[in-house]
Structure formats: C-alpha cells, structure tokens
Design a protein around this ligand. Sequence first.
Ligand SMILES: [Zn+2]
Ligand SMILES: [Zn+2]
Length: 332
Amino acid sequence: MSVDASPSKTHDGGSVTESRTESERPAKRGPKPIESGPRPMAAHITVYLFAIIPAVALIASIPLLWGWGVTLLDLALLAAFYTLSVLGITTGFHRYFTHGSFKAKRSLRIVLAVMGSMAVQGPILHWVADHRRHHAFSDREGDPHSPWAFGTSPLAIMRGFWHAHMGWIFNRTLTNQERFAPDLLADKDMRLVHKLFGPLTIATMLAPAVIGGLVTWSWWGALTAFFWGSLVRVAVVHHVTWSINSICHIIGDRPYKARDKSANFWPLAILSMGESWHNLHHADPTSARHGVGRWQIDITARLIWFFEKFGWAYDVRWPRPERLAKLAKPAH
Ligand SMILES: [Zn+2]
Ligand SMILES: [Zn+2]
C-alpha cells in the first residue's frame, strides 16, 4: 500500500489500534454501569437486622416511656448520640462527601467520615454512591429510592412510599462506586473508614451502654442505656433520614425549580437538622445551606459555619441572593 513507507505508517499502526478499540468502545468508553453486583450475603443479613431490630425497639419504647425503663441519663444519651449521628450524615456524608459544599482539612474530613459511619446507614462509599445516583436520576428510572417508581395512583404512591422510605435498602444490588464515587475510592483514608464500618458500628452500639453502665455502676443501667442510646437512637436516625427520601419527595412546598418532585417539608426541619428543606437542595445541590429562608432553621448549615470560623472548613458554598432568585419559581 502506498501509505507503507511514509509517516502514515504510524498513522496506519494507529488506526489498527483504533479499530481494535472500536469494537470494544461501547463497553469501555461509555459511562460505567450504574450497578455493580450483589452485596455479600452476610452483609445483607446485617442490613435486615439493623433495619428491623431498632425499629422494633422504637415501638417497644413507647410504653416504656411511661414506666420504669427510662432514666434522664438514658434520654441524655439518646439526644447526644442522635445529634452526633445525624450531623455525621448531614454535614459529613451528605453535604461534604456527596456534594462537596465545602472543603475540609484532613482531620475534619476523617472525623466526619467516622461520625457518618456511626449513624449505621451503611459504609461511606455505598452511602455516597447511592446518594449521587439519586441526584443523577432523581425521580426517574435509575433513582435508587424514588417514591414515584410505581406510578401516580394512590396505591402506587403507597407502594412508592414504602420503597423510598425503607424497601429500597433491601435491594441487594450495589450502586457502582467506580462510576459514582471515584474520588473517595482514590482516597486511602476513605477506603480505610469504609473498611472499618463493622468495628465502627460495634463501637457506636456499645458506647452508650458503656457510659450508662459506668455512670450508674450497674448492668441494668448499661442495658437501658443500650436500649435508648443505641437501639432507639439508631431507629430514629434511620427513619428521619429515610423520611427525606420518602416524605420530602411527596409532600411539601416547591418554591424552587428542581427537575424532580423534591419538596420542603417544614415539620422535619429540626429533627433532620435542616435536610428537610429538600426542594432547595435539589434545585442547588452543592449549596452548604438548605434552609435559605429567614425562618428555615438549618442546624447543619450552622455547624458548617462554625467549622469555617474555626478554620477547619473553607471554600464554603454559601447561597448567594442572585443565584437563589434565579432558582426560584416565578411568582404567580
Ligand atoms: Zn432527594
Ligand atoms: Zn443530596
């Protein structure tokens, strides 16, 4: 061939390689798959245990509140561990790791990863990958937990509510971390915290019992502290977080232009530490503050503000009025 003896030899060689990759192109060059195989059986069984046992404890706690099974210490442990767990999720796993709404020094980054893990909502890489996938496909096919997955009839919404709230976590297929969380996969600190999820779960379940036992110097004190500070706390943390996925995609106000059904649901603002201002969050996912209105309390945003003041967090993406005005729906 005439191309043989010229610089085009390189070209020719190049094109051979080119044609070889051509056949593989769809698999290699397209986006990586959304999912990546099933969760190991042992891990899957623990998902069931940690979804069901704390929920049963929560139901059992209602009569105990009027009886002999609770002390002020138990309630203080419940409140303290609840606050730490929720803020670990909202400040750490959600606003920082998933959405990068601020930058953090390495020590704060590790503390947030550990605190988030102690909410017992799965290891960090799974949590972040699932949540980025939720935003990528929100309320469309591919969203891991949309309440609109089954249609809009009352029955379909009831089924969707269950799926978005809790049902989806029993799906064994994992979200592909290589596609949705390559930044965290590349970070050895995060890979380590991810691997330590088991021990961190044991620590967060035992800590209230140890404190309760030592303060009261009794096994009974350890037991009631475990019941309230561990089981009931994990159940409330779970159901508040899950309500953001279920309730806040069904009911509430939608003052901002989001491309999904996300809504601001004020009754959960305090318990969710600001996460229930979910419509603004979907309209502007990287904003460090979700409750942007005057009375929209956002405890997580306040914590990020403290971190910034102490110099542990920087480049915080605070909402700017011009941007909010652009995102707001036109008044009718
Ligand atoms: Zn959402
Ligand atoms: Zn989000």
